[in-house]
Design a protein around this ligand. Sequence first.
Ligand code: MG
Length: 250
Amino acid sequence: MIELKSPSQMELMKEAGRIVGQVLRRLKEAVRPGISTLELDHLAEEAILKLGGRPAFKGYRGFPASLCTSVNEEVVHGIPSRRRLQPGDIVGLDVGVALEGYFSDAAITVPVDGIEPKVANLLWIAESALRKGIHMAKPSGRLSDISHAIQQEVETHGYSVVRDFVGHGIGTQLHEAPQIPNYGKPGYGPVLKSGMVLAIEPMVNQGKPEVEVLADGWTAVTKDRSLSAHFEHTVAVTDDGPEILTRWNA
Ligand code: MG
């Protein structure tokens, strides 16, 4: 069952979303060659707390950090470490915030410095796929319209979508019904209604769609070790269309 949020619940999710967006903006500015992913995690945690939120990922099923940092062939759920970012790297930054019992969740993939044009294109298409998916998050549409729009944008440009991880409903839980695959035929699944809140999150690989999880139990990497990009927004379905709650460039 997909929970519909009341206007007052929506307000808390918006506030949590504003914190997520601000934190991502700060992190984006902080990414540079030589910074470690652990330093980015500390920045994220400090900013979340200062803005009045709680880091939603820390301790979630035992995850040890406030931020997921996924470098290059890492797809999602990378654990911050002393690894220092190098020019030409890309780093996925995924932030979740809880505020008074409500969650918001978003991610960006950021170039570290001087990336090759074909890598810039991967980031561009992954973000564009997110936008196309969000565009379909409107009342009376069907859930798989979102999935299809994402897959279409990604595969048209010669990339692949990850199957093993999906977007999700969000609210009083970080992950709620429904699951939102990033692939599929349009016109299937639940009818979208005003009051639903969805975390839409395409994971886009340069090579094949298969992924595997490393021995740390968290870090997902592409099986062929090709680069991967991840973008995510928490989006409210409203009578006026999709409303992004986690803007990082507002
Ligand atoms: Mg998510």
